[in-house]
Design a binder for this molecule. Structure first.
Ligand code: CA
Length: 242
């Protein structure tokens, strides 16, 4: 009996996709629970308390977005949205309701496993943040020192404005999560107006430039076009997924 395995709830009504996902996850040593409707998903969520939910948005009884709302009312469990819908609006709505990330169908094995690992890491990061506020964030040669509000790349300090630092720190506190434009704007500036997105893009361009990242280069910060930004996933430490 292996009690430290992560428990993942898959809510998906298409049997072939469901069994594909289940097979991949079990091959990676995750424990898998399956539900095919929104209602069944909610019931299994409360009785089994999984470490992660993989959720299809198009379910037969209710919209998957309803499940995100219901779960988020009480619980911070990572939610990875799985959807054939390629419309940006659905992704953005799901993320703004509290989903951590999304995978668009059709997806490959490696992509799914990477997203699952990153989403599970969110949970661990959140735990360690509450246990030890401050501390440091490491990503390749970049270090964020939260106590001193200093960012270094390869040991050299990067001169960021307060706003630029706040944006970078916000992204780093949400590894494994896509932050939508509006969620970043409302956290950093408190309100959204006409020029907000442009203001965010300008700040982001400056952050990238100061970090030494070339335009279009997805180093440190990944631009999810039309949706938002995510911090690059830190490498998995040996034994990290045990
Ligand atoms: Ca479906």
């Amino acid at each position: 009996m292996n009690s430290n395995r992560y428990k993942i709830l898959v809510v998906e009504d298409e049997a072939n996709i469901c069994s594909f996902v289940k097979t991949i996850l079990e091959a990676n040593d995750y424990q898998v629970l399956v539900a095919s409707t929104c209602q069944q998903g909610l019931m299994m969520f409360s009785s089994h308390v999984p470490d992660l939910i993989i959720l299809d948005l198009g379910l037969p009884d209710r919209d998957g977005l309803e499940l995100i709302k219901a779960v988020r009312a009480t619980n911070a469990v990572p939610i990875l949205v799985l959807s054939a819908r390629t419309m940006e609006n659905d992704k953005v709505t799901a993320l703004d309701l509290g989903a951590n990330d999304y995978v668009t169908k059709p997806f490959g094995t490696a992509e799914l496993v990477a997203r699952v690992r990153a989403a599970l890491r969110t949970r661990r990061t959140a735990d360690s943040f509450s246990a030890a506020p401050g501390g440091k964030f490491y990503l390749e040669d970049m270090v964020i020192d939260y106590d001193r509000r200093i960012v270094t790349v390869a040991g050299a300090e990067v001169k960021l404005t307060q706003t630029e630092y706040n944006i970078l720190a916000l992204l780093s506190e949400h590894t494994g999560k896509v932050l939508t434009y509006s969620s970043i704007i409302s956290t950093i500036w408190g309100r959204i107006d006409e020029g907000s997105t442009k203001k965010l893009q300008v700040n982001m361009a400056n952050i990238r430039k100061k970090l030494g990242s070339k335009p279009g280069d997805n180093r440190y910060i990944i631009n999810e076009l039309g949706v938002g930004y995510r911090i690059q996933d830190p490498p998995t430490a040996p034994g990290d997924d045990s």
